[in-house]
Write a protein that binds this ligand. Structure first.
Ligand code: NAD
Length: 398
């Protein structure tokens, strides 16, 4: 395939193509963040499996494990490769860039572009760990998916982002029109709640851990983490108390069960890490959240507290997972990386701004332009230093 000039294509707000050079720079920037903040002792993770490793928190985790500790990593993700003139998805290009950089820096990396919910993914991952790695000492579960085909029954579950019990009305940004609107979301049915739990709850995480344990592919002291979100009251009806929140409760319950098993059999542990809200493909799809993500960064930045996925994962890996670190847990035994987001002064500022925001003053009262730019940058667009007029090779493969 000859090189081609890639301009951003969108359907409404969502980008439907990706820029390989922009994605490469995103990965390089995250690697540079980690290598410029290395801890004194780079020990604690040797062989890591990251499920959901191509974008967002999973990609940042994989980078922190590899460049922070020199870990060998196996990444699992579900991304579209390039095909003719059609570009790959951003997560695919991110993963190509991850492999290129890992090779350059003599770090072992293997990836499986496959449906993590399927039994075949677990079997293939086990084969790679057995043949090319050593039993894993860290498993990161960072899937965000709208859909799951159940491996045993073949049943298809679709997750929904809805309130539970009663309707919820609030301000949001209509991303397609760039307008501040009031939306009312009707509550989910019981079936929708159950389906969302089936997709985003803990069952698949447990299936992964059972498969690895049974195959003898978890190291002594192995640890596993899955990611969750709590957020401030303004998002509770749609997040913490909504369908996704029910799924996250199920994840908490799975963590307790996996933790009991790992601690008994291997002296290991399973934890949920509650991370801060960041702009990712998954979070931008949640109603109300884009407006929240347009007011949160200025409130944090004014206090020198803003973090993106890589800064959060740097904190997780260096402060909580590094050898000798003492991880502080909350009352529910979760790791909390959302402490800065939930600080009283930060949330007071958001509460002050929230009622003032209108379509007319959106750009003066919020950092919406920055949110838009950040969202586009997830696809490799609007990245400083990239020449978007220059043709690039889009048919690059893992
Ligand atoms: P993301 O959309 O950036 O990444 C999702 C990952 O899952 C990608 O690597 C994708 O390829 C992979 N994936 C999706 N379906 C798959 C499948 N069937 N098989 C294999 N891989 C699949 O998402 P994110 O925002 O980084 O979210 C990751 C986790 O972090 C989620 O559990 C989310 O709830 C949690 N979290 C996110 C935020 C936030 O603000 N983004 C905050 C706190 C916690």
């Amino acid at each position: 395939m000859p090189e081609q000039v890639i301009k951003r294509k969108s359907r409404g707000f969502v980008c439907i193509n990706a820029h390989p050079e922009g994605c490469r720079r995103n990965v390089a920037r995250q690697i540079a963040d980690i290598t410029s903040h290395l801890p004194g002792k780079r020990e604690g993770v040797r062989n890591a499996l990251v499920i959901g490793a191509s974008t967002g928190y999973g990609l940042a985790s994989r980078i922190a494990a590899a460049w922070g500790f020199g870990a060998r990593t196996l990444g699992i993700f579900f991304e579209r490769p390039p095909e003719g003139v059609k570009t790959a998805t951003a997560g695919y290009y991110n993963s190509v860039a991850f492999h290129e950089a890992a090779k350059r820096d003599s770090l072992f990396a293997a990836s499986l572009n496959t449906d993590a919910f399927a039994d075949a993914a677990k079997t293939q991952a086990a084969e790679i760990i057995r043949a090319q790695m050593a039993p894993v000492d860290l498993v990161i579960y960072s899937l965000a998916s709208p859909r799951r085909v159940h491996p045993r029954t073949g049943q298809i579950f679709n997750s929904v982002l809805k309130p539970v019990g009663r309707p919820f009305s609030n301000k949001t940004i209509d991303l397609d029109a760039g307008k501040v609107t009031e939306i009312t979301l009707q509550p989910a049915t019981d079936q929708e709640v159950a389906d969302t739990v089936a997709v985003m709850g803990g069952e698949d995480w447990e299936m992964w851990m059972d498969a690895l344990l049974e195959a003898g592919l978890l190291a002594q002291g192995a640890r596993t983490l899955a990611y969750s979100y709590i957020g401030p009251e303004v998002t509770w009806p749609i997040y913490r108390d909504g369908t996704i929140g029910q799924a996250k409760e199920d994840l908490d319950a799975a963590a307790r069960r996996i933790n009991a098993e790992l601690s008994q059999k291997l002296g290991g542990s399973a934890r949920v890490s509650v991370n801060k809200a960041v702009v990712t493909q998954a979070s931008s799809a949640i109603p109300v959240v884009p407006l929240y993500l347009s007011v949160l960064p200025p409130a944090l930045r004014a206090r020198g507290l803003d973090e993106g996925p890589i800064e959060q994962m740097r904190r997780l890996f260096f402060d909580h997972l590094a050898a000798g670190s003492k991880s502080q847990l909350d009352a529910a035994e979760r790791i909390r990386l959302d402490d800065r987001e939930l600080r009283e002064d930060v949330q007071a500022e958001i509460k002050r701004v929230w009622p003032l925001v209108t379509t007319e003053n959106l750009h003066e009262t919020t950092a919406y332009a920055e949110f838009q730019r950040e969202f586009r940058s997830l696809f490799g667009f609007e990245i400083e230093g990239v020449d978007y007029e220059a043709p690039v090779e889009t048919e690059i493969f893992l």
